[in-house]
Structures are given as structure tokens and as C-alpha cells.
Write a protein of this length. Structure first.
Length: 148
């Protein structure tokens, strides 16, 4: 089963997301990606954040484990403390090369938390868990759920 990592990074009432325009379908998702063979979740998380945003974070804490089906696998979602940086794709990131083809666009950006509820998000279940946690608190122990 595939494994991936995702980052919840909040700064100045914004959440760091990847805006996607995938062949005309627009949606938002958390920053992150696949875990490479032999890589720990934390190492994969920091690598993906660097590749996709070049933002610096600290103190990643696992808050959700999302079983997202055979296409997306198991998503390990970490709450991270923002340290510094402006979101931009790393010049050598795969997403830069994909963007040049013009039909599958990746744009890292700060999304105002006030807009999170109204945007299409992958996954909607994860979005609702984040919105709930913002009103209460993020789980102290990782919470496991299934997308389907």
C-alpha cells in the first residue's frame, strides 16, 4: 500500500496549501507527497515541504492517519510549526517540469483560513477535520479515519 505524508502549516491566519489545476479541475490540497523506500515519515515530510514550498518548519507532530483508498494510499498528516519562508516551488522539483507542460499546474500558496471551508479540497473529510480542530484543538494522539 502506498504511503504519503502531508503537512498542516498555519501562519498569520492562513494555511499553506497546493492549489491544483489538474486538466481543468481546480482544487486545493495539503503540501506533501509520497514516502520513498527506506525513508522515515518525518524525513519524507521535510523533503516534500522543501521541494513543494521551500518553507522552513519545525516540530512536526502526527495528528491524522487517513486511509485514502488504493489510489492515494495511507496519508500521514503532520501539524508543523511555521518558521520562515515564502511558498515557491523548488527550481528542481518535479512539479516545475510538470507545470511547463501547461495542463497540470501546481501552485503553492497561503490560503486564508476563512476561505478553507468554501474551497474544493482533497480530501473533504480531512478538510472538515482540520476545520473542527481549528475551533477546538488538534488531536493529542493521531486520529485514524477512512476517506471512503
Amino acid at each position: 500500500m502506498k504511503q504519503a505524508v502531508r503537512a498542516i502549516i498555519i501562519h498569520d491566519n492562513n494555511i499553506l496549501v497546493m492549489k491544483r489545476n489538474k486538466f481543468g479541475k481546480e482544487y486545493y490540497t495539503l503540501i506533501g507527497g509520497h514516502v520513498e523506500l527506506g525513508e522515515s515519515h518525518e524525513v519524507a515530510l521535510l523533503r516534500e515541504i522543501h521541494e513543494e514550498t521551500m518553507v522552513h518548519v519545525a516540530h512536526p507532530r502526527l495528528v491524522y492517519v487517513e486511509h485514502a483508498g488504493s489510489v492515494y494510499g495511507t496519508q500521514y498528516v503532520f501539524l508543523c510549526e511555521y518558521v520562515s519562508g515564502v511558498p515557491v516551488l523548488h527550481p528542481h522539483a518535479d512539479e516545475v517540469h510538470i507545470n511547463k507542460l501547461g495542463q497540470n499546474i501546481y501552485t503553492p500558496m497561503w490560503l486564508p483560513l476563512a476561505q478553507l471551508e468554501s474551497v474544493p479540497f482533497l480530501s473533504e473529510k480531512l478538510k472538515h477535520k482540520i476545520l473542527h480542530a481549528l475551533k477546538t484543538e488538534f488531536p493529542k494522539e493521531p486520529e485514524t479515519f477512512t476517506t471512503q
